[in-house]
Ligand binder design. Structure first.
Ligand code: SAM
Ligand code: SF4
Length: 454
């Protein structure tokens, strides 16, 4: 008998992708996705504990679902980082919770669900799997109707930045064998996928511990050869480990999109040291210079934290200075959030909440202006857009992404989905671009597709 599963997802792309994998896995047990929680037989909250806010949202989500347990007898579960971190404590704290499933236990979900259905027992599975079986390919049974897909290449992290919970909740770095990854990409292409985004907390660490000797750039070269694939992206790269070989890949690999997400976290050397990031402001800027030299049209985004313990006004100014020097296309900015068990959380130099908030507002105001200016640089250029579907704004419009990862909307119909369309960029907005099918008078700049192709 068919059943319905509803999943609420918090956090990063890694969690979004885990949710996709869970849905694929559950199809084999005749559970199909519903977007309507009221009709769900199984409700799963896929959680994030990187910052306090998403962690709190988990508890309020579970509170909302309590009545569905009472009304419909729905099975309720928690997956992801909070599940890994809290384990049995979650079952103690929430009496109507049936299941806690950690970051390495996803493949066990169908069996755990069956156990609950048969015995009514509450289950908790949070062991780490040192064999990496949890990374095995889980493909959809049918095409997903998507032109872009994430592909996990590695999990976990060995860096232990002093603010970060990831190594504790995702475990140590583990890479998937190259062949598993390329086979998954080939299967996704058969299902209509044109662009893959390779996922890992620290993609530069790819290859460690594998039988085959292969580096992350080596993997990119192999994926670039796969027929039928149009584009490759990856996230996230750690600045300390960004190699010259990877920088050169931007010039050598036709399918690698001209975009990098390179979190810097702070512009102050004192704070970077306390964070255990392993680079300085100067060495970060040198890498950015190399990237811009090798790939002049590269779009650069990053993560930054304000209010890390011990951050003084002069440290914050160093961060603003770095932002002005690099001129990021976009920034994901966060207030430092103490995470239990991490070194920075024990510091006695915590920054006041108001100071954190003020610094965040100043930084975001500056970046807002830069982002708009960076988007405006594309006006008058021709950009290749991979069309993904109907735009949210209008039924007459479709939407897609440029190689720079910027969203472009334009007038067109759904027959264009999955196609690479050269578009003239006519107008820039803070979060997107507007384009038109080429035919315009374009004042090309050095970023333009036409200029780039000589
Ligand atoms: N592996 C990536 C890296 O090293 O750049 C980052 C992964 S982490 C899940 C995503 C981002 O969350 C980080 O880049 C950082 O800016 C932010 N973050 C992590 N821990 C945080 C904390 N305790 N408080 C605020 N932001 C945090
Ligand atoms: Fe966290 Fe640092 Fe690892 Fe990124 S590199 S996941 S910030 S410990």
């Amino acid at each position: 008998m068919e059943k319905r599963v509803y999943i609420e997802t918090y956090g990063c792309q890694m969690n979004e992708h885990d949710t996709e994998r869970i849905l694929r896995l559950l199809e084999g047990s005749h559970y199909f996705e519903t977007k309507n929680v009221q009709e769900a037989d199984f409700i799963l909250v896929n959680t994030c504990s990187v910052r306090e806010k998403p962690e709190h949202k988990v508890y309020s989500a579970l509170g909302r679902f309590k009545c569905l347990k009472e009304k419909r007898g729905a099975v309720i579960g928690v997956a992801g980082c909070v599940a890994q971190q809290e384990g049995n404590r979650l079952l103690d704290r929430i009496p109507y919770l049936d299941m806690v499933v950690g970051t390495h236990a996803i493949p066990m979900l169908p069996q755990l669900l069956q156990k609950i259905e048969v015995s009514g027992e509450r289950v908790c599975e949070t062991g780490f799997d040192s064999e990496g079986n949890y990374l095995k390919t889980i493909l959809p049974q049918e095409p997903m109707g998507k032109v872009r897909s994430y592909v996990t290449i590695m999990q976990g992290c060995d860096h232990f930045c002093s603010f970060c919970i990831v190594p504790y909740v995702r475990g140590r770095e583990q890479s998937r064998p190259r062949q598993d990854i390329t086979e998954e990409v080939e299967r996704l292409i058969e299902m209509g996928v044109k662009e893959v985004c390779l996922l890992g907390q620290n993609v530069n660490g790819y290859g460690k511990g594998l039988k085959e000797e292969i580096s992350f750039p080596g993997l990119l070269y192999r994926i670039n050869e796969i027929e039928g694939l149009d584009r490759i992206r990856f996230t996230t790269s750690h600045p300390k480990d960004l190699s010259e070989e990877l920088i050169q890949a931007y010039s050598n690999l036709s399918k690698l999109c001209e975009h990098i997400h390179l979190p810097f976290q702070s512009g102050s050397d004192k704070i970077l040291k306390a964070m255990h990031r392993g680079y300085t402001k100067e060495s970060y800027l040198e890498k950015i210079d190399r990237l811009k030299k090798v790939c002049p049209s590269i779009s650069i985004t990053a993560d930054v934290i304000v209010g890390f313990p011990g951050e003084e006004e002069k440290d914050f100014e160093e961060t603003l200075d770095l932002i002005q020097k690099v001129r990021f296309d976009d920034l994901f900015s966060f207030k430092y959030s103490p995470r239990k068990g991490t070194r920075a959380a024990q510091s006695t130099e915590q920054v006041e909440e108001k100071v954190k908030q003020d610094r965040l507002s100043v930084l975001q105001e500056i970046q807002k202006e830069i982002t708009l200016q960076k988007n405006q640089e594309w006006e008058g250029c021709v950009e290749e857009v991979l069309v993904e579907g109907r735009s949210r704004q209008s039924d007459q419009e479709v939407t897609g992404r440029a190689r720079s990862n910027k969203i472009v909307n334009f007038e067109g119909d759904l027959s264009l989905v999955g196609k690479l369309v050269p578009l003239g960029i006519t107008k820039a907005y803070p979060h997107s671009l507007r384009g038109g099918i080429v035919g315009y008078e374009f004042a090309c700049s050095s970023k333009c597709l036409l200029c780039r192709s000589g």
